[in-house]
Design a protein around this ligand. Structure first.
Ligand SMILES: CC(C)(COP(=O)(O)OP(=O)(O)OC[C@H]1O[C@@H](n2cnc3c(N)ncnc32)[C@H](O)[C@@H]1OP(=O)(O)O)[C@@H](O)C(=O)NCCC(=O)NCCS
Length: 228
């Protein structure tokens, strides 16, 4: 079972001070480097709340969580736990989503619904995905693109490479008329597509999201993110 938390990145000022107090030196320096105040606030609201949630799961204070970073920047827990705790964060505008799995590597992505996608599909998607997208009725093309995009980002985030992994090196099913499915993996990725779960969710009105986890038969449960 994948656990999901959703929260707003536009909290009241007193909450921001509480969340900022959880951050370590590196995170504070990163927050200070944002040129625009709303971006700094969103970073603090995302990182501070992620620390609170992981701290609650591990039963340690939020400040005690120590992050390591993979070669392409994916955060992980510096001190491994038994069972392992895999997590991944995504944000879009004022919404954050944290996905947690005790089983296997996990990735999540969220996007605001918008029109378009033809360019990105042609430039970035696999031949198989382009064919599926072309066959969609016109009124499903924007949603089909964003479903494909979030699913593909969730996969490359689970693998840890992010966008250093060519998006046309693997395929997902993207049609709003079919269940999400991982059809093929990049050649260096461990396992087979059927060993993965690809999950769709509409986390809030106007948004689409996806979770990829390197374990079969997974579902998700939305937890209450609105901590005091
Ligand atoms: C990971 C990545 C896809 C995130 O894209 P995004 O749409 O801007 O951001 P999202 O909201 O989906 O996710 C951001 C969160 O993912 C996590 N993250 C960062 N790097 C990650 C990675 N390589 N894999 C998985 N998760 C990652 C972090 O928690 C980050 O939150 P933070 O910015 O508050 O620290 C993108 O930053 C990326 O590709 N990074 C790798 C860069 C790289 O190696 N580029 C090589 C040349 S292309």
């Amino acid at each position: 079972m994948v656990e999901l938390w959703l929260w707003s990145l536009n909290p009241a000022a007193h909450k921001i001070s509480r969340l900022a107090a959880h951050l370590d030196t590196t995170e504070r320096e990163r927050a200070a480097r944002f040129r625009f105040e709303p971006h700094a606030t969103r970073f603090v609201a995302a990182r501070g709340r992620m620390r609170e949630i992981l701290g609650r799961i591990l039963q340690v204070p939020a400040t005690r969580i120590e992050f390591g970073y993979g070669p392409h920047g994916k955060p992980f827990l510096k001190t491994p736990t038994v069972p392992p705790l895999h997590f991944n964060l995504a944000h879009s505008d004022d919404i954050a989503i944290l996905a947690v799995s005790r089983l296997a590597e996990i990735g999540v992505d969220i996007e605001r619904l918008r029109e378009g996608g033809a360019n990105e599909v042609t430039r970035l998607f696999s031949v198989q995905e382009q064919a599926e997208w072309q066959a969609l009725p016109a009124d499903l093309k924007s949603l089909g693109f964003l479903q494909g995009w979030t699913r593909k980002e969730a996969v490359v985030k689970a693998l840890g490479g992010g966008l250093s992994i060519p998006l046309d090196s693997f395929s997902v099913r993207l049609s709003p008329l079919a269940a999400p499915q991982l059809l093929s993996l990049p050649s260096h990725a461990p396992g087979r597509p059927q060993d993965w779960s690809l999950l769709h969710l509409a986390p809030a009105e106007g948004y689409v999201a996806a979770v990829a986890v390197a374990a079969p038969g997974q579902n998700y449960r939305i937890e209450n993110a609105f901590l005091p």
